[in-house]
Design a protein around this ligand. Structure first.
Ligand code: G3H
Length: 482
């Protein structure tokens, strides 16, 4: 969908493989091919988005609110008819299990409807006048221009759309490059994009990020970089923009969210929440718990119960009943996880669970590593995969100091009961991260809540409500009469 038209591509293509295999002999399965576009097509998509925006005078940025909402409603209605196809591709392309794939689709649809409702409210608010010093102001929100949108492989639909949808509804035009894994599942939606929005408003390009995004950034012609991914890519892209330090960006980046389990915590609850927090979708979530701090008085009991629960998790194909652990979409990930395990073992940690480190197809069974020290790679790096580092602590200052020194600051999970202990702790934690989860694991949802982070974890905020503001600017008409 370049230049707002669905084109047949006769040039180079790339093959998309799945690491899921229903056969005994593991062999990646060929799922399909996608165009491998080059610089020319990237620039064609950019000029299409630029001319649809037409310096703010195009049909889309000047369209009436009601008409823009109609386009978005048409899109979401058509999108809903593709549920089965997209869910199947989520399972095959990224190995997400069936309930989580269905949830990803459904929450994305909800996000679009919530965005429409919030946009209507924003419009109602803009009808109100403000008066100061004899001047009436009619405040509105206007688009920013052309947005380059890049999404991640772990939520190729939901995360990408939480950038794309608010950017579009606010009147911006978009060049969108899907992630490497989870690229095919965008194809069923191309016709819906084409038939719902005016020509050139949505431009989808397939290919390698470096080849496509670099010339777009270097052109200096985009107004917003919207990316969910890692800070290294975000920094590289920003530096390619001629006015990098003045480029508007909306970024969701990496995190190393900790759990802190206090001596009076409900241990069963802490264990089950930490299990979901560390290992849902094999730990491939920016919101995953990536290090567990357990008070030394309860560490042995916590470790025993937690390790047993990890070993009880079912591994298999994503569509099988009760499966929690699945093959990883990145072929080099098991090797990386093994490196983290080997490094931790060589520095004094042990694997607490029996199955930890076993490999099957493109999968490595999660290892619970204990005790972790700060010189280990698994402590220093965002593992983004199935390995769980556990540390014990004596004084609460230990995890707090680590969090203060960390490059990240997205969320924390805090487990405990005594309100007199929890209250002052929460007051400190909210200055280190942006969301404190009390007796529950870290997560993004419900998507109406602010999704952001401190330091290298984010730039801008992506709740439904905040995202509309992130992709727009406040403008107003001033007058002496109301
Ligand atoms: O990778 C980051 C996602 O936004 C996580 O969302 O907490 O709902 O899994 P989630």
């Amino acid at each position: 969908l370049v230049s707002g038209e669905l084109k047949t591509w006769n040039g180079a293509t790339s093959e998309v493989y799945s690491t899921i295999s229903s056969t005994e002999d593991y062999k990646p399965t060929l799922l399909g091919t996608v165009p491998d576009l080059g610089e020319n097509e990237a620039m064609e998509a950019l000029s299409s988005a630029l001319s649809a925006y037409d310096k703010g005078q195009g049909l889309w940025p000047t369209m009436k609110v009601e008409a823009r909402i109609k386009c978005m409603e048409k899109f979401v209605e058509q999108m809903k008819t593709k549920r089965e196809e997209v869910v199947k591709l989520l399972m095959w392309e990224i190995g997400k299990n069936l309930p989580d794939s269905e949830k990803e689709f459904d929450r994305t649809v909800d996000y679009i409807y919530d965005t429409i409702e919030d946009y209507k409210q924003l419009d109602r608010d803009s009808a109100k006048f403000e008066k100061n010093d004899g001047v009436y102001a009619h405040i509105r929100r206007g688009p920013l221009g052309v947005v380059l949108c890049l999404g991640p492989y772990n939520y190729p639909l939901n995360e990408t759309f939480t950038l794309l949808i608010p950017a579009l509804i606010m009147g911006n035009t978009v060049v969108f490059k899907p992630a490497k894994h989870g690229v095919l599942l965008i194809s069923p939606l191309l016709e819906a994009f084409q038939s719902s929005f005016p020509k050139g408003v949505v431009n989808v390009i397939y290919g390698r990020g470096r080849v496509l995004a670099t010339p777009i950034m270097q052109s200096g012609k985009i107004d917003v970089l919207a990316l969910i991914g890692n800070s290294k890519s975000a920094n590289a892209l920003q530096s390619q923009h001629p006015k990098g330090n003045r480029l508007r960006m909306v970024l969701g980046l990496e995190a190393k969210n900790p759990a802190i389990v206090l001596p009076d915590a409900d241990l069963d609850l802490a264990v089950s929440e930490c299990l979901a927090g560390t290992l849902s979708f094999n730990g491939q979530r920016c919101t995953a718990l990536k290090v567990l701090y357990v008070h030394e008085s309860i560490a042995d009991e916590f470790n025993k119960r937690f390790s047993a629960k990890v070993d009880a998790l079912k591994f298999g194909n994503p569509w099988e009943e009760g499966v929690k652990l699945t093959p990883l979409p990145e072929v080099d990930k098991p090797k990386y996880i093994q490196e983290l395990i080997d490094d931790a073992l060589s520095k004094g940690a042990s694997i607490l669970n029996k199955k930890g480190g076993e490999t099957t197809n493109n999968f490595i069974f999660p290892a619970v590593l204990y005790p972790i020290s700060k010189d280990m790679k698994v402590y220093k790096e965002e593992q983004f995969g199935p390995v769980v580092p556990v540390m014990s602590f004596k004084n609460i200052e230990e995890p707090l100091d680590d969090m203060a020194e960390s490059n990240y600051g997205q969320q924390v999970s805090l487990f405990g009961k005594n309100v007199n202990t929890l209250a002052p702790l929460i007051d400190t934690l909210v200055n280190l991260v942006c969301r404190v989860n009390l007796n529950s694991s870290c997560q993004r949802g419900p998507d109406v809540y602010p999704f952001t982070g401190r330091k290298d974890s984010a730039f801008g905020t992506l709740s439904v409500h905040d995202a509309l503001r992130s992709f727009s600017i406040r403008t107003f008409v001033a007058s002496k009469d109301n």
